[in-house]
Design a protein around this ligand. Structure first.
Ligand code: GLU
Length: 445
């Protein structure tokens, strides 16, 4: 690690104890930016890096709500407003039992550079709660969302901070959150949340955007070795919004998706995942991938192991952080994987990334490969601000251009700093430069 970066990292460890995922995200970033600090010493000046690793604001609040049996439940809510150099804080809300300050900080930190890479005017933030919507009735989810927004509303706004979905937060939750924001503020401020349903300010293509964008990015990576998706085998993990639409788009482009997963296990489907059935089981019925396997002939459910044991050309981890270990990466490498693109945030452990890079596998971090979701959120904000609605094709064409630009920016930046094919270095340096320049322009704030 560059000397200036190392000093900042030691400070981060000391000042943020017991936050391993946050440390991991910061280390990956600081490990990449040495070459640009050598070239531009001003980036290590005026505590720029020290300011970058310190959120501008962190909000933690109590969320009391009444469950269906009439009992009061208490969860904890978070919003980390990390960096507003490029625009209002922007990033999703995650509702999952694993959520704590560490998780929200790692996600918020990643979001700064992801949002910068989109080239659009969005800063970085993230939020959520340790509330788990699984097994809760619609009314319970509504009461929780209302209680959550009863505090959050005072901190957000279309020019301040614009939350969206993430794990456990989809169109249903965004609807309840928006309703409560509108009731409390007496404003139909469409641009305060993204991922809205289509009838009242949502954008066509937003639901598909993260998964589609990840596959578009993988296509560009394959393009650098003069290959395409046609006829390729693909392993996808997860079975939420990102995984479903990654599988759909990969198959639209002629690949065969052999796996999906959830926290109980994974499915191997030799004939290729039936995305419509998966949508029905997971999206509509809120079931499990084991239910999918029961209803699809030829599909097999495994409670043990991971999708990464299947021999594939392309791996798309679309579930959650640190889901793909060094051992998994070595298995994928020995089975001949060519491209790994992250649909989730930080799904590969540092050891896994090393294994891919050492083997010459093309590997793209989530902050580049999954940026299509937040980019399309910015397109939703644009439509809300101008009170217009674009067609699906208009949004999809913009998304294609944005993903191709992010790919080329990462590839060119890596090559320019002598690390051809290193998308980690390319994404971190390119994302960092835009934010750093804006922070320098705006003074010591
Ligand atoms: N949660 C998504 C992400 O990780 C989307 C955020 C957004 O649309 O604001 O980028």
């Amino acid at each position: 690690m560059h000397k200036a970066a190392e000093a900042v990292y030691q400070d981060v460890l000391r000042r943020n104890p017991a936050e391993p995922e946050f440390h991991q995200a910061v280390a990956e970033f600081l490990n990449s930016i040495g070459p640009v600090l050598d070239e531009h010493p001003e980036y290590a000046d005026h505590a720029l890096l020290e300011r970058l690793v310190e959120p501008e604001r962190q909000i933690i609040f109590r969320v009391p709500w009444i469950d269906d049996s009439g009992k009061c439940q208490v969860n904890r809510g978070y919003r980390v407003e990390f960096n507003s150099a490029l625009g209002p804080y922007k990033g999703g809300l995650r509702f999952h039992q694993s959520v704590n300050r560490n998780i929200i900080k790692f996600l918020g930190f990643e979001q700064i550079f992801k949002n910068s890479l989109t080239g659009l005017g969005i800063g970085g933030g993230k939020g959520g709660s340790d509330f788990d919507p699984h097994g809760r009735s619609d009314n319970e989810v509504m009461r929780f969302c209302q209680a959550f927004m009863s505090e959050l509303y005072r901190h957000i706004g279309q020019f301040t901070d614009v939350p969206a979905g993430d794990i456990g937060v989809g169109g249903r939750e965004i609807g309840y959150l928006f309703g409560q924001y509108k009731k409390l503020t007496n404003r139909f401020e469409a641009g305060v949340l993204t991922g809205k349903k289509l009838g009242w300010g949502g954008s066509l293509g937003r639901t598909e955007a993260t998964g589609y964008g990840t596959v578009m990015f993988a296509q560009s990576m394959l393009g650098t070795i003069s290959e395409g998706l046609e006829g390729k085998s693909v392993a996808v993990s997860g079975s939420g919004n990102v995984a479903i639409y990654a599988a759909q788009y990969a198959q639209m482009k002629g690949a065969k998706v052999l796996t999906v997963s959830d926290s109980n296990g994974w499915v191997y489907d030799k004939d290729g995942i039936d995305v419509e059935l998966l949508q029905q089981v997971k999206g509509v019925e809120r079931g499990r991938v084991s239910d999918y396997a029961q209803r699809k002939s030829g599909a097999v459910f495994h409670a043990e192991g991971r999708p990464w044991q299947v021999a594939v050309d392309v791996a798309l981890p679309c579930a959650t952080q640190n889901e793909l270990s060094q051992e998994d990466a070595k298995t994928l490498v020995s089975n001949g994987v060519k491209v790994v693109a992250e649909g989730a945030n930080m799904p590969c452990t540092p050891g896994a990334i090393d294994a891919f890079q050492q083997a010459g596998v093309l590997y793209a971090p989530g902050k580049a490969a999954n940026a299509g979701g937040v980019a399309t959120s910015a397109l939703e904000m644009e439509q809300n601000a101008s009170r217009t609605k674009w067609t699906f094709e208009q949004v999809a064409t913009k998304l294609e251009h944005i993903m191709a630009d992010i790919h080329d920016t990462c590839a060119e930046t890596a090559a320019r700093y002598g690390a051809e094919g290193n998308y980690v270095l390319g994404a971190n340096i390119a994302g960092f430069k835009r934010v750093a320049d804006a922070m320098i322009d705006q003074g010591f704030i």
